[in-house]
Each structure stands twice: as structure tokens, then as C-alpha cells.
Design a protein around this ligand. Sequence first.
Ligand code: PGA
Length: 267
Amino acid sequence: MSSQRKFFVIGNWKMNVDKARIDNIVKFMSAASLDPNTEAVVGCPSCYLSYARQRLPDEIAVAAQNCYKVAHGNFSGEISPAMILDSGCEWVILGHPERRTIFKESDQLIAEKVAHAQQTGIKIIACLCETSEDREEGRTDDVLFGQMKSLAASISDWSRVVIAFEALWASNTGVLATAAQVQEALAKLRHWLRANVSDKVANSTRILYAGSVSSSNCRELAQLEDLDGFLVGSAALRPDIVDIINARRPDVSSLIAHFDRPDGRRA
Ligand code: PGA
């Protein structure tokens, strides 16, 4: 937890929304009081980027969930960073664990996408992940540092990049990562940045955690030294996302309790 890095929460809708569902999410996010000290973003399917952008309050940014490595051309089914920007959206998620594991995107392809996206000025949430096999077979560090090395080689402007680490073994599996496990992984990534990029980048780059973040575990995790926010999947479809965006804001109920002292005096 560092005051020089603004807390960042992205609610990734994945392929789980339609217009009616977006309308519902827009409704509860617009009605909520969101912590102005949190940068809030939603990850939207490409066909709804403009739809979501037009309906969400300006304070909530919109990210595409993927894009290709060139501006235009004969690449059916793909979208480019230029198209995302042209739709009024500022962010793109690259290397999401589902792109890496289900669609077999390689470190090389993701690095090429990151390099092209950087040239366009779009802001990037660059993801890394640890699978249960990586963990069981004791190769977590090699895998994470390998992914990080490949990403870092294609990043020229770190001020436009947020790193997201996902413990895939704790994403919708019924197993939760402990605060100590999350802190250990994020600290290793920050240390890698310090050793291999620079102190400035290590101190200023936001590193997020992903893996079943919910309104129940976000407050404890939000206090971790090296955690700067969350990439949220399933809870992003529910009003839980509001609690997660507000995870660092003092709990209103405890403030009320504080003011409501038995002697009737205000604290
Ligand atoms: P989850 O998903 O919060 O449902 O685990 C996170 C993600 O993969 O974006």
C-alpha cells in the first residue's frame, strides 16, 4: 500500500453481459458513492464498448478485454487499439489468463500486442498468471518472472501500464489465496521490477491481484504493502464491485459507531 500509487480496480465482465445486464450494472455503479481515491475501470466485450462508454459515468473508465498487434488489416475477428480509442475507451487488458490458457496466447504474441498498444497511447492492464500446476510443481517464480520479462521488454512507457497478477488456482475454484500468499507474489514482482527495470518503475507501477476477490476478502487484501488494487471477475457483475472499489475507504458503519459513543460525546 503506497500513497504514491492510486488504488485501481477493474471489474472484468468477461463474456457475461448483454445490454440488459450492462444497464443493471450501470445503474448500481452510478447510484453508488465511489471512493474518488480509486481509479475504477470496467472490462467490456468489444461489441458493447461504445454502449457501455455512453452509459457509464465519466469517472468509470472502460477497457477492452483484448486486442490485436496491428492497427488495421485483414484480421477477421480482431480489433485494434486504434478502434478501442475510437470507441471512446482508454484501456485494454492484454495477456488475460484466459487468453493465455484457453486461447494459448504465447508470451511472444502478448509482448507484440503490448508493444503495438504502447505505440498508440492506449493504457494497458498487462496480466500474468500462476496455474495450479505451476504451483504444485514449484515453478511459480520461473513462470512469473518469465512472463514479466517478456512484458517488460515491450514496455517503453510504464506510466501507461498496470500489472495484474492472477492466482488461477484461486479463481472460482473454492480455494482462496491467503493475504500472505498474495503479498508474497506481489512483492516478488515488485522486486523483479526493481532489479530489472528501475527503482522508479518499481515504486510507481501499480500491481493488482486477481483470483476470487469479493466484498468479503477485499478489505484485508487492500491493506497489503505491495497491493495496489484488484482485477475482479465474477464479483464485478454484482454490487460487490462497489465494496471492492471502496475497499480502502474507512468503513462507514465503524465511523458511525465511533461517533455514537455511550457518553453521548463525539469522538
Ligand atoms: P474472478 O476472475 O474474480 O472471478 O476470479 C478474475 C479474472 O480472471 O479476471
